[in-house]
Design a protein around this ligand. Structure first.
Ligand code: LLP
Length: 445
């Protein structure tokens, strides 16, 4: 077994909370609390839709990464979800940060995150991205294309020095969906080993006195639930490190294996076993390095989803229930503008009724959003109580990653707020986008 299931099947009649934050509890029948705050109270106070982030769960996940990989640097992938509070939590928990734009960088630094613990990624870093990265003094910049080398060296200037890594395509196929597989040659990220682009880029970097190559980077893809692709990546990356040592006498002190650690979105789905990952990667790395006669590099990993995803809950209000064509459509007050993932990747979620105890009988229902597309589905075939009605609250677990960071202004409904819960208290982190916000950008007539 290379994967674990989120938890054993629940007792008949009990709600399966395996994909919910560890703090999730049922203080009374039908009510659900997270961080000791009733979700219905959060909806009441902040309105719906609203995203709830369990601060304790975020911190617990950071700590568990640090405990499992004590020798490694853990960089949180900000693209999963970033706001000032989460940047602060990452700093307090001793993690680094992976950013991929001047925007993410600026927000993190403005929140007080130390720039030297930030890594800049991106397949198309603009001159502005690079300029800001140098101005703030980020720890490392990950080179993703040959043209970036000269541009970056010129921007650093003759007196400067910038630490860089090279993003290598290891030729490994892994990930939960075609659109999020990045380890093979048929996609836009990285420099390939098999056609020699990676080796060529490395030789050019070594020629630039302004650039200091600290190591290799690879990111196989996202939502990977099997340990094996990571082990193959270790072998291939160490193989390349050995060749670089032979050719250039180079001993690279760092190896970044990217993120991609898969989580369960519904009870019973597989998730990446992080204990096993830590144990096997450590063993593979020391064996491969011993065989190649190389010192073991410092490991870096970049989880995003596995930290933020299961820590977040989306809360929606049911607007209408419609029975048609043999199906029950439950329409809620959010949808693809706050969560495009079902439309993009066909992901399935497990919403549940909160705030009141519904009837025991469950029927598969299609939870849809309020947007003007038939593909605006929040959760397909979700078993929900027969007596579900307008005004009810639905909570969707595992909503903390790649929802709001990918949210749009489609249909001008405005993006939802984010509230943090912890120890019985809720506080607003990001306010709701108002019509005024939307109107304010429209400056022509
Ligand atoms: N490092 C790099 C260089 C990345 O590109 C990514 C994600 C990560 C780390 C973090 O991966 P994670 O641990 O979160 O899987 N929108 C998609 C996911 C796109 C992932 C993009 N890169 C989704 O909703 O599933």
């Amino acid at each position: 077994m290379t994967t674990t299931h989120a938890s054993p099947a629940p007792a008949v009649g009990a709600e399966d909370l395996s994909v919910w934050p560890a703090s999730a509890a049922e203080p009374r029948p039908g009510e659900l609390s997270v961080g000791a705050v009733a979700l219905s109270a959060v909806a009441e106070r902040f309105g719906t839709p609203v995203y709830v982030l369990d601060e304790g769960e975020v911190r617990r996940r950071c700590r568990s990464y640090r405990a499992l990989f004590p020798e490694a640097e853990i960089h949180y992938a900000a693209k999963a979800f970033l706001c000032r509070a989460i940047a602060r939590w990452m700093d307090e928990e001793g993690l680094g940060l992976d950013v991929c734009s001047a925007g993410e960088l600026e927000l993190a630094v403005a929140a007080g995150f130390p720039a030297h613990r930030i890594v800049l990624h991106g397949n198309a870093k603009t001159p502005h991205d690079l300029h800001e990265a140098l101005r703030y003094g980020v720890g490392r910049i990950v080179i993703d294309s040959p043209s970036e080398i000269a541009r970056l060296a010129a921007a650093v200037g003759p007196q400067g020095r910038q630490r860089v890594m090279v993003r290598v395509v290891p030729g490994i196929s892994a990930g939960g969906h075609d659109k999020i597989r990045t380890g093979t040659e048929d996609q836009k990220f990285g420099l390939s080993v098999s056609d020699g682009y990676a080796q060529h880029a490395i030789a050019r970097i070594l020629d630039q006195p302004q650039l200091e190559l600290t190591g290799l980077h690879c990111h196989l893809g996202s939502q990977i639930t099997d340990v094996k692709p990571f082990l193959s990546a270790v072998r291939r990356m160490v193989g390349l490190m050995a060749r670089l040592h032979e050719q250039h006498g180079l001993l690279l002190p760092e190896l970044d294996l990217g993120g991609g650690h898969g989580v369960a979105y519904r009870p019973g789905e597989p998730a990446l076993d992080l204990h096993r990952l830590a144990r096997r990667v450590r063993a593979e790395l020391s064996e491969a390095c011993a065989a190649a006669g190389l010192p073991v590099p410092r490991l870096i990993i970049e989880p995003g989803r596995a930290i933020a995803g299961p820590s977040g809950v989306a809360l929606y209000r049911v607007v209408s229930v419609k029975r048609t064509g043999g199906r029950t459509f439950v329409a809620v007050d959010g949808g693809m503008s706050d969560n495009p993932r079902p439309a993009l990747y066909g992901v399935r979620y497990a919403p549940r009724l909160v705030g009141r105890a519904g009837s025991a009988a469950r029927t598969p229902m299609t939870v849809v959003g309020r947007h003007c597309e038939a593909g605006d589905v929040v959760a397909a075939d979700a078993p929900l109580p027969d007596d579900l009605r307008a005004g009810d609250l639905l909570a969707v677990p595992v909503a903390g990653a790649y929802h709001l960071s990918m949210a749009s202004d489609y249909n001008m409904v405005g993006r939802p707020p984010v509230a943090a819960v912890r120890d019985g208290r809720a506080r607003l982190l990001v306010r709701r986008e108002s019509l005024e916000d939307l109107r304010g950008r429209d400056v022509g007539l």
